[in-house]
Design a binder for this molecule. Sequence first.
Ligand SMILES: *[C@@H]1O[C@H](CO)[C@@H](O)[C@H](O)[C@H]1NC(C)=O
Ligand SMILES: *[C@@H]1O[C@H](CO)[C@@H](O)[C@H](O)[C@H]1NC(C)=O
Length: 175
Amino acid sequence: MKFAFYPRLIFLLFQCSNGSDFVRQSCWEASKSDPKLSYGFCVACLESIPKSQPTSIEELVDMTIQITESNTTNIVSIISKLLQNQTFTQHEKACLKDCFHLYSDALSELQDALNAFKSKDLDTANIKVSAVLDACVTCEDQFKDKKGEACPLTNDNNIYFQLNAISLAFIQMCH
Ligand SMILES: *[C@@H]1O[C@H](CO)[C@@H](O)[C@H](O)[C@H]1NC(C)=O
Ligand SMILES: *[C@@H]1O[C@H](CO)[C@@H](O)[C@H](O)[C@H]1NC(C)=O
């Protein structure tokens, strides 16, 4: 499993260097707990929400899961568009179909995670978000089974991985 630290993230890092202290501090702590988690992406993503001034980790968990939910909806519709493209091989189409199911299931898992979190069941929230994170890793890995087939969802999978890693780190920090 390899997730590239691609230029867009570096760009986002520089774009958002004067954000709120609380968001930056929390992202910093989160990124120290997980080496795969990008501090710059964390800050950029949480500051992209207009008018939000989070002051607690609980709010940050809530925000991150909601961003992930809207991401999921977008990715599901991206995949359905890709599935209409006739240029993919049979194997690629089969992978895309699996990814479609993985991401569709992720929607309800995220809702469960949010509900569990709101009722202070941190363990269930953790298990649900971990399952969602695994979905994008599985989607990405499908395409690696066959040489020469690039996954058309790599960028989205990378971002999705980050979002869930951030949620998990914040949930940990609520303990
Ligand atoms: C997912 O969310 C991230 C962070 O807000 C955003 O940069 C990205 O464009 C979103 N991707 C999709 C497919 O919605
Ligand atoms: C179908 O996929 C090919 C290769 O990825 C791409 O070049 C082409 O623009 C796509 N066509 C449509 C209609 O999306």
